[in-house]
Design a protein around this ligand. Structure first.
Ligand code: UDP
Length: 327
């Protein structure tokens, strides 16, 4: 099989490249290297199975040309990270709306099965105990750019779904719940790599708000193999499928755990949301996935707990960017 992975030099995309190439498939990566990095693919350097194309998903001709060659498309390219979305609202919207439309239209035109990556953000402020795929979206005001990512991803899902239904081309929508692991950068806001980097350099750990907000982090190593399984499962077509972890933790609890596991001397520093993200920011107090649909469809069962997840990131950061041991 030959797969196109948009955003293949990003965090999740690069792990999907590893996975597909390990299974003997060929991969074409389309990435503009805006938030992704070639270093995420350095382990595959020299592989005849990998072709890297630096380009933009807004470039319709390029997208059409690459998709025409493929047997499957995994669409992971997006403007991601809260800082990025809040600082570049227009570019983020264009990429997340028109970019996805280009991919889906090319996939349908060439009848290539496609997966598009969505996010637990589509549930907005719904903090139900175990969010199910058909649960309601609860968004704040549409003119708060904080919600533009969620709104765009919601529309992406609809575009993918309606095209899938009308064309009969296999389509799967995956909703990632705080998927984390090695290679994720904290530069655009993601909390776990930020806390790990802060702990490893004995800097204050920046907890936003009260730290009582809760998340459930999923391991990229648990999640990525599910993407190919879903594409091989006709019952998954035209469905949105939650993928994430099991262990819920408050953000203060996460900070404590990172300090404990790294043996860091970092203190915890509480920062107002406004100071962190600008005026009018709204956070989700809780986001916990119900992954029973993935369990039914493909037998999904996350196996890594929070300690494993943090441990894998610490190990990666220590080897990638050694930090001198504290004296
Ligand atoms: N967060 C934090 N400190 C940071 C970065 C993020 O306390 O340095 C908080 C953030 O406000 C949110 C949680 O951690 O409550 C998860 O943030 P992230 O951006 O990783 O994911 P999302 O908000 O999409 O769940």
């Amino acid at each position: 099989m030959k797969a196109v992975i948009t955003g293949g030099a990003g965090f999740i995309g690069s792990h999907l490249c590893d996975h597909l190439i390990a299974q003997g498939h060929e991969v074409i990566v389309l990435d503009d290297l805006s938030t992704g990095s070639l270093s995420n693919l350095s382990q595959l350097e020299g592989s005849a199975k990998l072709r890297f194309v630096q380009g933009d998903i807004l470039d319709r001709e390029l997208v059409d040309e690459l998709v025409a060659e493929a047997d499957t498309v995994f669409h992971l390219a997006a403007a991601v990270g809260v800082y990025n979305i809040v600082d570049n609202p227009l570019r983020s919207l264009r990429i997340n709306l028109h970019g996805t439309e280009n991919i889906v239209e090319a996939a349908v035109k060439h009848r290539v099965p496609y997966m598009i990556a969505s996010t637990s953000e589509v549930y907005g402020k719904n903090d139900a105990d175990g969010l199910k795929e058909n649960d309601d979206r609860i968004y704040g005001s549409p003119i708060k750019s904080r919600w533009s990512y969620a709104a765009a991803k919601g529309l992406d899902e609809l575009v993918a779904y309606v095209h899938g239904v009308e064309s009969g081309v296999p389509c799967v929508i995956t909703r990632f719940f705080n998927v984390v692991g090695p290679r994720q950068t904290g530069r655009y806001g993601m909390v776990v790599p930020r806390f790990v980097d802060q702990a490893l350099s004995d800097e204050p750990i920046t907890v936003y708000g009260t730290g009582t907000q809760r998340r459930c982090f999923g391991s990229v190593f648990d999640v990525v193999p599910q993407l190919t399984k879903l594409m091989d499962t006709p019952e998954a077509y035209n469905q949105a499928v939650n993928l994430g972890g099991r262990e819920e933790v408050s953000i203060k609890g996460l900070a404590d755990r990172v300090v404990e596991l790294t043996g860091s001397g970092s203190a915890i520093s509480y920062i107002d949301y406004e100071q962190a993200y600008g005026e009018g920011y709204e956070d989700m107090q809780r986001r916990y996935p119900d992954t029973s649909l993935a369990a039914r469809l493909i037998g999904y069962e996350p196996t890594r707990d929070l300690n494993d997840i943090i441990g894998s990131i610490v190990e990666h950061r220590r080897s990638a960017d050694p930090v001198p041991a504290p004296v």
